[in-house]
Ligand binder design. Structure first.
Ligand SMILES: *Cc1c(COP(=O)(O)O)cnc(C)c1O
Length: 369
């Protein structure tokens, strides 16, 4: 059997940039959640995505949590959240004792359906915040979503955990709404092993997020706290990895794109296969190449065939409104995200894959047809 082919695994630069920055952290003894790598990583990321400010945090989940807090979401508040996503998008709503209302996707984008969002506003006019997700590196259709949210004066949090390097109409995802969130977990397009970033053009809000993330320490000689605090800051060692990884982001996007194009060329004509939608206004980062299968061959069969060849693959996210933990919350929409879950599959999109690995994947799949 061939070597394991992964969905998406960490890929450090050939140049060793990450080790250089980590070495700087060691040499300066800033082995702490503070230091020059943290400051620089924030600056370099804001320059890359085009936001005014950023706060480097321990995880993307922590960034979503503090974005909700910055948007003033508290106990009993309603937050609209895409149903088709990873649970990390929705969990922080519960951390704030708020109530999620799940919104369906549309087939055109796989992301939040603007029509369903509009219907949700009619049902819950006093909603406090809206979270939008950019799944698999595809962007949501932000213009109609922003129009609706602006009309109702409701802040928008973009969960761009999977979409670093993705643009919507030449704007970087995460910089269109009021707050944007990135993740540097091990499987993301670039990684610090674990980490997150909150970005916003509201600099005073980002300063507040840094304050909350370091236990809300008031300015005083002694330890003084007038607000609830969190220990959510990113380590200076890991920020060094992030700085090195940011240098190769463009290379990773180019490779992910070539993986997607290879699959589409080789598998796109198979009966019932449809690849994830790439809209004209979207320049994706192609984080995970995903497709749906509308045929007698089922995704589970395909995933099992790949597993037999030591190849990793995954279903599309199971919608939140179908999860045992979240099913008691309301859902607005039809059956689109459920259909995507039942018919979708994410193919290995690891940037370390070679041509022969890609051939192994498509040959295994083609045998089923
Ligand atoms: C990975 C991910 C997160 C969470 O990021 P962590 O850094 O793992 O906490 C949030 N939302 C989505 C859609 C993700 O894929």
């Amino acid at each position: 059997m061939g070597d394991r082919i992964y969905l998406s695994s960490p890929h450090m630069s050939d140049e060793g940039y990450e080790k250089e920055y980590v070495k700087e952290a060691f040499d300066s003894n800033w082995i702490a959640p503070v230091g020059e790598n943290v400051n620089r990583f924030e600056k370099e990321l804001t320059a890359r995505v085009g936001s005014k400010a950023a706060a480097a945090l321990s995880t993307g989940t922590a960034a979503i949590h503090l974005a909700l807090k910055a948007a003033d979401v508290g106990a009993g508040d309603i937050v609209f959240c895409p149903t088709l996503t990873f649970s990390a998008t929705a969990n922080p709503i519960i951390y704030q004792n708020a109530t999620p209302v799940f919104i369906d996707s549309n087939h055109e984008t796989w992301n939040m359906c603007p029509k369903a969002l509009e219907a949700a506003f009619l049902k819950y006019p006093d909603v406090k915040a809206v979270i939008v997700v950019h799944l698999y590196g595809l962007s949501a259709d932000m213009d109609p979503i922003m129009d609706i949210c602006k009309k109702h004066h409701v802040p928008v949090i973009e969960d761009a955990a999977e979409s670093l390097g993705t643009y919507y109409k030449r704007k970087h995802t995460g910089t269109i709404g009021d707050y944007g969130v990135f993740s540097f977990n091990g499987n993301k397009i670039i990684t610090t092993s674990g980490g997150g970033m909150l970005v916003s053009d509201q600099e005073e809000k980002v300063a507040k997020v840094r304050f909350w993330a370091t236990q809300s320490r008031d300015q005083a000689r002694h330890y003084q706290h007038s607000e609830l605090g969190f220990n959510y800051r990113m380590s200076n060692v890991l920020a060094g990895i992030g700085r090195g990884q940011l240098k190769v982001l463009d290379r990773r996007v180019a490779k992910k794109k070539s993986i997607f194009e290879f699959y589409k060329r080789e598998l796109g004509e198979l009966e019932g296969v449809q690849f994830m939608p790439i809209n004209g206004w979207n320049e994706p980062n192609y984080w995970l190449s995903s497709m749906t299968i509308d045929s007698s061959i089922r995704p589970l069969e395909l995933m099992e065939a790949l597993e037999k060849e030591n190849i990793e693959s995954r279903p599309i996210w199971k919608p939140m409104h179908l999860q045992p933990f979240f099913e008691k919350y309301d859902f607005v929409g039809t059956d689109v995200s459920e259909w995507l879950f039942e018919n979708g599959v994410c193919l290995p999109s690891d940037t370390k894959m070679k041509e022969e690995d890609l051939v192994r994947v498509v040959e295994t799949i083609k045998k089923l047809w």
